[in-house]
Design a protein around this ligand. Structure first.
Ligand code: ARG
Length: 261
């Protein structure tokens, strides 16, 4: 009799334990869709992510591919509005956000970031011969500045002059960086503030434009992950570490941003 009771108690324990494990893995499953790493990006940001025919290529796309490989997952890239990436990662619509995305204090309140894999800095694009010749002229004059909505360029410029911005009224927001550059070419804005590498490719692709540096400090690009998904964060950090140590990341960056050009 004693043995039977023992057995029943033990069975109950095993059952409740497997139940707990199942509930736990369901809630904290490493990826939203089993076997797939779904990455949200905004693919108009050369050389980090952009279209080559109908395929999304670039530094982020290639690094993500290597990470997925290490994790034994299939990478799926979805192209969305930049300012919807964080909310989508937060609601588990996407596993990661990778979009030349800068780590900021504010963003860290809602999502986690992996270790940084690249750096960026904000640049000012103006028309050649513009009376805007440096960041000070841009900030002090009554100029309209185009930015990509929700980016750090938008956040910095929209802040008040005391905080290094020009204030909301002078900022014109576009859903794609390229739309801001078109507005600059057609005279709808006087300058565009965007990350330096995409700025270079926009200037290369559109004649009559030139780049000025801003005095905003260097930014760290990292991958964002849901705060509840520590397992995925750890695994990506481990993959990033290995890909840094064996030179893979440096080679991918060098491929898109040759250091002697
Ligand atoms: N680094 C900037 C930020 O995090 C801009 C990123 C824009 N990325 C893109 N794929 N459009 O706000």
């Amino acid at each position: 009799m004693k043995n039977v009771i023992k057995k029943i108690v033990a069975m109950g324990l095993v059952l409740s334990m497997t139940g707990a494990v199942a509930a736990c893995s369901k809630k904290k499953g490493m990826t939203v869709k089993k076997g797939t790493l779904t990455m949200a990006t905004n693919a108009y940001f050369q050389p980090y992510e952009y279209y080559e025919d109908s395929k999304i290529v670039g530094i982020d796309a290639e690094i993500a591919e290597k990470i997925a490989e290490k994790l034994g997952l299939e990478l799926k890239i979805v192209d969305v509005e930049f300012d919807s990436i964080i909310a989508g990662v937060q609601s588990d619509k996407y596993d990661i956000g990778m979009a030349g995305m800068t780590v900021t204090e504010d963003r860290l309140k809602t999502i986690n970031f992996t270790d940084s894999y690249a750096k960026g800095v904000q640049a000012i694009i103006v028309k050649e011969g513009s009376e805007i010749t440096d960041a000070d002229t841009l900030l002090s004059g009554d100029y309209k500045v185009g930015v990509q909505q929700g980016t750090t360029g938008d956040i910095y410029l929209s802040s008040s002059p005391e905080d290094g911005g020009v204030g909301e009224d002078r900022v014109v927001r576009f859903s794609k960086g390229n739309d801001a550059v078109v507005a600059l070419s057609t005279g709808k804005v006087d300058a565009v503030v965007i990350d330096n590498e995409p700025a270079k490719s926009f200037v290369a692709a559109n004649s009559g434009l030139t780049i000025l540096p801003t005095f905003y400090t260097e930014e760290d690009y990292a991958i964002c992950v849901n705060k509840n998904n520590q397992e995925l964060l750890d695994k990506i950090n481990q993959a990033l570490k290995e890909l840094t140590e064996d030179g893979t990341i440096a080679a991918i960056i060098e491929k898109y941003i040759p250091s002697n050009s």
